[in-house]
Design a protein around this ligand. Structure first.
Ligand SMILES: [Zn+2]
Ligand SMILES: [Zn+2]
Length: 355
């Protein structure tokens, strides 16, 4: 589906802001909105950077529900401009990264600590207005202070990084493990760095784009191969002669999900991290899972991992800048998504207040 960009007259006046608003499948456009005001426990921030993500693409293509009229964008960071009357932990001028996923705190899942499995999970940029706007309002509990020396563009990666951390926790990598990352998009490239930081002795990567394979090598992969260039098992076999201890599937297609199962060692773990379209299925031979005692795990969003993501970025343990390949103004959301679809962009950012 073609994404139609509709321009609205650029109106800048007191109490107004520009926002990129979702108007239904295939439609997103700029429109003036009232500048958000904080409730007693809220913050208002000036959004400095907001990542474009596969989820935004799926919403725009009608594969993933979002309410028309919503401001999309769930990977964002900015500067606090106003705090609600009851907020004491933040002040105007603070730099913050935003965890968009808001759990109710009351349902059985929340009460047992599985906040990501909340019965009423809300998300800024999906069910509530998000970061493709000059300003955003959010509960102060969703904000994480970041050091001012750290670029707010890098901080826009805190959300995807926090999701990767949950995937990594599910994988249970041990020091000395041989790890394979399938797919070297922004998620795969974060996973390569996290696997290295977790003590993986060997990190292999597959991706069809040479530029991404080169980036994977630069960020710590021992080898990165083109999956179209012949049998992957042959070309990675010497890295893991008996198969990989952990395989992280970061593409989200049935073919790569199935491939991941065949690349794990006996007793190994596969994490299906990439998001398949709803309804997609993967042929699995139960005998093979049984005989090889494979563990298949999944990871949904970012329960209790956001603070660690911010710490990793602040301590420069994760390189963010090499992933940030494209920057767009607020009116460039549709263009950015089109670039992501071609696979050329690694991570595209929207800079709602200019660079
Ligand atoms: Zn995302
Ligand atoms: Zn809940």
């Amino acid at each position: 589906m073609r994404v139609v960009l509709e321009w609205a007259a650029s109106i800048r006046m007191e109490g107004k802001m520009q926002a990129s608003v979702y108007r239904g499948p295939g439609k997103i456009g700029l429109e003036p909105r009232g500048a958000p005001r904080p409730g007693p426990t809220d913050l208002v921030i000036q959004v400095r950077a907001c990542g474009l993500c596969g989820t935004d693409m799926h919403i725009l293509e009608g594969e993933f529900p979002a309410a028309p009229g919503i401001v999309l964008g769930h990977e964002f960071a900015g500067v606090v401009t106003e705090v609600g009357a009851a907020v004491t932990a933040f002040k105007p001028g603070d730099h913050v990264a935003v965890d968009p996923n808001i759990a109710c705190g009351l349902c059985p899942a929340c009460q047992r600590g599985d906040v990501h499995l909340c019965d009423d999970l809300q998300a800024l940029g999906v069910t509530r207005d998000g970061g493709f706007a000059e300003m955003a309002v959010l509960p102060a509990s969703q904000a994480y202070r970041v050091p001012e020396q750290l670029s707010l563009e890098a901080c826009a990666l805190a959300e995807p990084l926090s999701c990767c951390l949950h995937g990594l926790d599910q994988a249970g990598i041990r020091t000395g493990d041989r790890v394979l990352v399938i797919g070297a998009g922004p998620i795969g490239l974060l996973m390569v760095q996290l696997a290295r930081g977790s003590g993986a002795a060997v990190v292999g990567v597959t991706d069809p784009f040479e530029a991404k394979r080169a980036l994977a090598r630069r960020l710590g992969a021992d080898r990165a191969v083109d999956p179209a260039g012949g049998d992957v098992t042959d070309r990675l076999g010497d890295l893991a002669p008996r198969g990989f201890d952990v395989v992280l599937e970061c593409v989200g297609r049935p073919a790569t999900a199935a491939q991941a199962l065949g690349l794990a060692r006996r007793g190994g773990t596969v994490v299906w991290f990439g998001v398949n379209p709803p309804g997609a299925t993967v042929p699995v031979e139960p005998y093979m899972i049984y005989r090889n005692e494979l563990t298949i795990r999944a990871a949904f969003v970012n329960p209790h991992t956001f603070a660690r993501a911010v710490t990793l970025l602040a301590q420069r343990r994760i390189q963010a800048e090499p992933l940030l390949s494209h920057r767009f103004p607020l009116g460039g959301v549709a263009e950015g998504i089109a670039m992501m679809k071609t696979g050329q962009a690694v991570k595209a950012l929207v800079l709602p207040n200019g660079g």
